[in-house]
Design a protein around this ligand. Structure first.
Ligand code: SAM
Length: 263
C-alpha cells in the first residue's frame, strides 16, 4: 500500500534532521526533495538511491510559469508514485509544512485517495532565527507573516512584539511568476510599516547558514533602507519590538491583581 511521509531536513546541511525523518528517508522507495543546494541533494543521495529533486518544476530560464502550476506538478509527481504503491518521502528543507504548501497539498490529496499520509516536524528558518539572534520570542510574543500577504491583507502588526516577514525578497509580487520584487514595492511596504514604526527603526535581514562552515547573515538596517538592501530568496526580515509591552488594566482589575503583584 502506497504511503506519503513529508519530512523536514532542517536548514543546515545534515545537522538538523531528526532520527525518525532520517529513517523514513532511508527506507523510502522514492524520495522527492526540495533542499537549498546541490550539497543537500548529494547528502540525501547517500541515504537513499532514488532521490528526485523537485527543483526542475520551477520555471526555467526564459519560461514564465505560475508557481501554483509548479506546486501542483510537484504534488502530481509524488502522488503518481503513491498510487503505484510506493513508500514515498517528500523531503523539504526547514519544516516541511511551514510557509510551504506542497506538503500540505500532497498530504490532503493522498488522504483523499485513501492512502496513509503524514508530516513530521522539522527545524524551520524561524527556529534558526531565534537561536542565531539570541531572542526568546516568548518574552513579548511574535507575529509571523508571508510578506506579500502582509501587504495585501489587513494584517495589523503589534509594535510591542517581534514581527517576522517571510519571503521579503518577493514582497508585493502577487503574480507568483517572479523570483524577486522591485524597489518600488519595497518602498510601498516601508510606507505601510511607517504607520506603526518610525522609519529609522532598526530591522534585521536574516539568513541562516545552510552549511556548518558558514555564518548566518545578520544585517541590521534602518527600516527606511530596506528598498536598497540586498535581498535573496532566503532572506527573512525581523522587525524587533519598538515599544514596551503595555499592561491591560481592565484585565488586571478583573483578576484582582496590581502591577506590583507581577514582580
Ligand atoms: N519551509 C521553510 C522553513 O521551514 O524554513 C520555509 C520555506 S518558504 C517557501 C521560503 C522562505 O523561508 C524564504 O523566503 C525565507 O523567508 C525563509 N528562509 C528559507 N531559508 C532561509 C534561511 N536560510 N535563512 C532565513 N530564512 C530562510
Amino acid at each position: 500500500q502506497g504511503q506519503l511521509v513529508c519530512v523536514g531536513t532542517g536548514v543546515q546541511l545534515a545537522g538538523q534532521v531528526g532520527q525518525l525523518a532520517m529513517s523514513y528517508i532511508e527506507l523510502a522507495d522514492v524520495v522527492f526533495s526540495l533542499v537549498p543546494d546541490g550539497f543537500a541533494d548529494r547528502w540525501l543521495s547517500t541515504l537513499n538511491a532514488d532521490v528526485r529533486s523537485l527543483q526542475g518544476y520551477y520555471a526555467q530560464a526564459g519560461e514564465i510559469k505560475n508557481r501554483r502550476n509548479t506546486y501542483q506538478q510537484m504534488v502530481d509527481a509524488m502522488l503518481d508514485e503513491v498510487r503505484a504503491n510506493k513508500r514515498v518521502v517528500c523531503a523539504l528543507y526547514g519544516h516541511p509544512g511551514v510557509f510551504s504548501c506542497v506538503s500540505h497539498l500532497a498530504i490532503a490529496q493522498a488522504k483523499q485517495l485513501g492512502f496513509s499520509a503524514k508530516m513530521l516536524a522539522g527545524v524551520s528558518a524561524e527556529a534558526c532565527l531565534w537561536a542565531d539572534l539570541g531572542i526568546d520570542p516568548g518574552n513579548s510574543g511574535y507575529q509571523s507573516y508571508e510578506a506579500t500577504q502582509f501587504m495585501l491583507y489587513q494584517h495589523v502588526p503589534n509594535p510591542c512584539t517581534h514581527v517576522v516577514l517571510w519571503q521579503i525578497a518577493l514582497a508585493g509580487e502577487h503574480t507568483l511568476t517572479q523570483f524577486s520584487t522591485t524597489k518600488q514595492r519595497l518602498h510601498i511596504l516601508v510606507e505601510h510599516l511607517s504607520q506603526w514604526y518610525p522609519i529609522d527603526h532598526q530591522v534585521i535581514i536574516y539568513e541562516a547558514a545552510n552549511l556548518a562552515v558558514q555564518s548566518p547573515r545578520v544585517e541590521h538596517i534602518a527600516l527606511a533602507d530596506l528598498p536598497d538592501a540586498r535581498l535573496t530568496t532566503i532572506s527573512t526580515l525581523l522587525i524587533p519590538p519598538q515599544q514596551a509591552l503595555a499592561l491591560n488594566p481592565a484585565m488586571l482589575a478583573k483578576l484582582g491583581i496590581s502591577e506590583m503583584d507581577l514582580g
